[in-house]
Design a protein around this ligand. Structure first.
Ligand code: PGA
Length: 255
């Protein structure tokens, strides 16, 4: 059985007090959670410590980015080893996003650099959540499958089978992120099945069937159930709707 996952990508939102309020509120409403999916929150790195230190907080935590380099003169960067070091004992920090479309767009991150980030994370025992997804122009010119195929092959297909099994994939059509436009459940299912078929061709069916593929892009309480009902959609990477406890819990309960 593939792991069901709901991950909240907080992006560059919430300050310390808001992070604490979210956790306290979420903890007090844990009894409302009816799903056994894995819940992950990806706060800004500066608040990872706040999250790790909160009592009774057993939700998994992830970072939003790491460096492709091991260490050295890379001002402003955080290495995968630093992330691992940060939470060595309590093991709450399990994940890190790689290749979110905002990093691809604003920080010019290309597939080859993202492949290196994936390597650094795996070497340090962290699980990459590898993001892919086409822009509107690709869908309109019907090159969206080729675009996503290149992102998957160039970012991930250098991995050995056991390494690939550490990866979670998030399909996020760029035209749906933060826009209120969601891919229809058919469009999302079609791309998820395509991604799984690429993995099956390269690594075999068993591996393809073990990898969780999340949908992201304006996922909200109103559309989460229909998306999560699709056979190849194993959960969601949630932006805006993960910033409020209420909508986040409703999405978690959409399985
Ligand atoms: P959104 O963001 O849910 O606000 O569209 C999703 C994401 O960028 O991960």
């Amino acid at each position: 059985m593939r792991k069901k996952i709901v991950a909240g990508n907080w992006k560059m939102n919430l300050l310390d007090e808001e992070v604490i309020n979210f956790i306290v509120d979420f903890n007090s409403r844990k009894n409302e959670i009816e799903s056994d999916s894995e819940i992950i929150i990806l706060p800004a790195s500066i608040y990872l410590d706040t999250m790790i230190s909160m009592p009774d907080w057993d939700i998994k935590i992830g970072a939003q980015n790491c460096s492709q380099f091991n260490n050295g003169a890379y001002t402003g960067e955080i290495s995968a080893a630093m992330l691992r070091d940060f939470d060595y004992d309590s093991e709450n920090l399990h994940y890190c996003l790689v290749g979110h479309s905002e990093r691809r767009e604003y920080f010019n991150e290309q597939n080859d650099v993202l492949a290196e980030k994936v390597n650094r994370l795996i070497e340090n025992g962290l699980k990459p959540i590898y993001c892919c997804g086409e822009e509107l122009q690709h869908r309109e010119s019907e090159s969206h499958f080729d675009w996503v195929q290149a992102q998957i092959e160039e970012g991930l297909f250098h991995l050995k089978e056991e390494e690939l099994k550490q990866v979670v994939i998030a399909y996020e059509p760029v035209w749906a992120i933060g826009t209120g436009k969601t891919a229809t459940s058919n469009q999302a299912q079609e791309m998820h099945a395509f991604i799984r078929s690429l993995i099956a061709k390269k690594y075999g069916d068993a591996t393809a069937n073990s990898i969780s593929i999340l949908y992201g892009g304006s996922c909200k309480p109103e559309n989460a159930s229909e998306l999560f009902d699709q056979p190849d959609i194993d959960g969601g990477l949630i932006g805006g709707a993960s910033l409020k406890v209420d909508s986040f819990i409703q999405i978690i309960n959409s399985f």
